[in-house]
Design a protein around this ligand. Structure first.
Ligand code: F6P
Length: 343
């Protein structure tokens, strides 16, 4: 009888998930494994909702955005009976191992299941935020930034015609990678990152200078950026992992209003939101997704559980899951000099 591997995708979706699923199935079938997909993240293994996966099913998903398995932000550790369900269904579906494809939250659950219950779990890192430790890049990031870069270029066109300041809000949660790379790649004049409290005077003076020179200016804002005067809302909504739902904060709009009030120059804002997360994966994300998917199966095959397939330099290697989820990888001080040169 063939050994069976389960796969699930959890957390926010991103392009590259389907190439990763495909990489797992291609590598696994060659080694004699069969696959079962759990639908909608950890919810699928709690409720026992599955779909059969084989090479025919995944052959042409490498160019598809989203995830054929669906996803959710379900956290089994919110309820003890859900953890028990995961353990029961692991046995019931006769799993030799489970591949959890996800970000900090999904892989945090995988880490606990491995450490507390000794389940045969391996992780595949994904997130458009690129904020996972122990891997140089996560798939989803390149596509999200490429999408944002194109949108930013379009905003520059209209900003230039109308002689306006354009403010562009991008996602990325509490890490500024998406904002930083978008701003660099689209020749923005200023970037606001969660890792660096906004210095209002510096921002206004630099934007004014840019505007005087070319009669338009472009600012990229991360959704999680902090304005010193902003009051924290104690009632703000959180998800099952305790994260504030950032989309309601409207930082792009707030910063656009601030800039307009301080400069007297007509300012508009745009929010790209979930458009960054859909659509076809870029070449980079197709290849990275495929490589980490294949590596996850190799880790299983060599009995290397509790590991995650990580890109380190140009190699994909196994690293301990807990190294990836302990703390977020944010934009560090080593980037600040470059930021000061460019903005
Ligand atoms: O973590 C990925 C991400 O897209 C963040 O950049 C964003 O803050 C969040 O997910 C949005 O979550 P949701 O899709 O649940 O609104």
């Amino acid at each position: 009888m063939k050994k069976r591997i389960g796969i699930l995708t959890g957390g926010g979706d991103c392009p590259g998930l389907n190439p990763a699923i495909r990489g797992c199935v291609y590598a696994g079938e060659r080694l004699g494994y069969e696959f079962v997909g759990f639908l909608d993240g950890w919810k699928g293994i709690i409720e026992g909702n599955t779909v059969f996966l084989n090479k025919d099913k995944v052959e042409y998903i490498i160019m598809q955005g989203a995830t054929i398995l669906g996803t959710s932000r379900t956290n089994p550790f919110k309820k003890e009976e859900h953890v028990q369900k995961v353990l029961e269904n692991f046995k019931k579906f006769d799993l030799h191992a489970l591949i959890a494809i996800g970000g900090e939250d999904t892989l945090g659950v995988a880490t606990k299941l491995y450490e507390k219950y000794k389940l045969n779990v391996v992780g595949v890192p994904k997130t458009m935020d690129n904020d996972l430790n122990a891997t140089d890049y996560t798939f989803g990031f390149d596509t999200a930034v490429t999408r944002a870069m194109d949108a930013a270029n379009a905003l520059i066109d209209t900003g230039r015609s109308h002689r306006r300041i354009m403010v562009f809000e991008v996602m990325g949660r509490h890490a500024g990678w998406v904002a930083l790379f978008t701003a660099i790649a689209s020749a923005a004049d200023y970037v606001c990152l969660p890792e660096r409290k906004i210095d209002g005077a510096d921002m206004v003076s630099k934007i004014k200078k840019a505007y005087e020179r070319k009669k338009f200016a472009m600012v990229v804002v991360s959704e999680a950026v902090e304005i010193a005067e902003e009051e924290k809302d104690p009632l703000q909504e959180v998800d099952q992992f305790g994260h504030v739902i950032l989309k309601e904060r409207g930082m792009g709009e707030k910063i656009a209003k601030y800039i307009e009030s301080k400069t007297g120059i007509e300012t508009r804002f745009a929010v790209i939101g979930h458009m960054q997360r859909g659509g076809q994966p870029t070449l980079f994300d197709r290849i990275l997704g495929t490589r980490v998917g294949i590596k996850a199966v190799e880790l299983i095959n060599s009995g290397d559980f509790g590991k995650m397939a990580a890109l380190v330099g140009n190699k994909v290697i196994g690293v301990p899951l807990k190294d990836a989820t302990g703390e977020l990888k944010v934009v560090g001080k080593d980037w600040f000099d470059l930021i000061d040169i460019l903005f």
